[in-house]
Write a protein that binds this ligand. Structure first.
Ligand code: ATR
Length: 277
């Protein structure tokens, strides 16, 4: 019988996950279908019970359900538990197990682009949900240092305090980060600044950026933010948010099917959908 997978969120119409996963099911000859469901917050528990009733094989969880889903599941992977958010659920013989592949997807993509991330100096801009999953996952795999900069310093401090994995961290104001930008090997932009429709904004100035620094922006609309444009002009190696989106999807697909899919194919599917080359 055909297996059914899903993504739940609200809103969800804009999600590129169905196109990406359905293309993979077809490409790998798997008899399965992936569907997007708009679920209101008040209906989350009913939806999960419905998924149990129809024995849904697995699903992705997006805004605003990533935290609220947790008590409705049977098991939570330790990394997802420490992050405090779930984006992927696997149904193992009726037992719903929650994972977080956002951070691990990001790190998986990073490892595929850089020869090594050991001993690297990382700066994360932002301290929201995305920063949290990336910071915790990078800390769990062991990088040199991860500094945090954010408009609201208390949020960055809280994020670092909550992390169960040991890593050396300084909390910096945005202007302190700008001043010492040249010390970093990897810079990860996780705020919503520069996202359409306010594409002219960038979170920090890049006048001190060193050539060949790896600069990633998790935004994919637009495909090249003002921040990435400036970074590229200064000789950085840049990556947009398609990388994180595709890699979180690839790790979810692997958990469901045992196949780690071709992320280049996934990126092309998503890029076409976004109107890019
Ligand atoms: P997500 O889950 O996508 O990470 P989030 O949890 O709402 O989203 O976090 C948004 C991040 O963008 C935060 O770091 C936020 O900074 P604050 O903690 O100071 O709110 C940052 N951010 C959003 N708009 C911003 C702005 N106009 N200027 C500076 N930082 C901004």
């Amino acid at each position: 019988m055909q297996k059914l997978y899903a993504v739940i969120g609200d809103p969800i119409a804009q999600s590129m996950s169905p196109i990406m996963h359905n293309d993979l099911f077809q490409f790998y000859g798997i008899d399965a279908h992936y569907h997007a469901f708009a679920i209101k917050e008040k209906n989350l528990e009913i939806a999960v019970n419905g998924f149990r009733a129809i024995d849904l094989a697995g699903f992705n969880v997006t805004v605003p359900h990533k935290v609220a889903i947790m008590p409705l599941l049977d098991e939570i992977d330790p990394l997802a538990k420490s992050i405090g958010a779930v984006n992927t659920v696997v149904n193992v013989n009726g037992c719903l197990i929650g994972y977080n592949t956002d951070g691990s997807g990001f790190v998986h993509g990073l490892k595929s682009k850089l020869p090594s991330i050991v001993n690297k100096k990382v700066l994360i801009i932002g301290a929201g949900g995305a920063a949290r999953s990336i910071y915790f996952t990078l800390a769990s795999v062991g990088v040199g240092t991860i500094d945090l900069t954010n408009r609201t310093l208390e949020k960055a401090k809280g994020l670092s305090y909550d992390c169960p994995y040991e890593v050396q961290t300084s909390i910096l104001t945005l202007s302190e980060a700008e001043e010492q930008l040249a010390v970093y090997d990897i810079i990860i932009q996780t705020t919503s600044i520069g996202m359409a429709p306010q594409t002219e904004c960038k979170p920090i100035s890049l006048h001190n950026l060193r050539e060949n620094t790896f600069v990633s922006d998790i935004i994919y609309n637009p495909l090249e933010t003002e921040f990435l444009k400036r970074a590229k002009e200064r000789g950085a190696i840049t990556e947009n948010g398609i990388a994180m989106f595709v890699n979180q999807g690839a790790l979810a697909f692997e958990k469901w099917t045992g196949i780690l899919p071709d992320t280049n194919r996934m990126a092309i599917t998503v890029q076409k959908q976004l109107g890019g080359k």
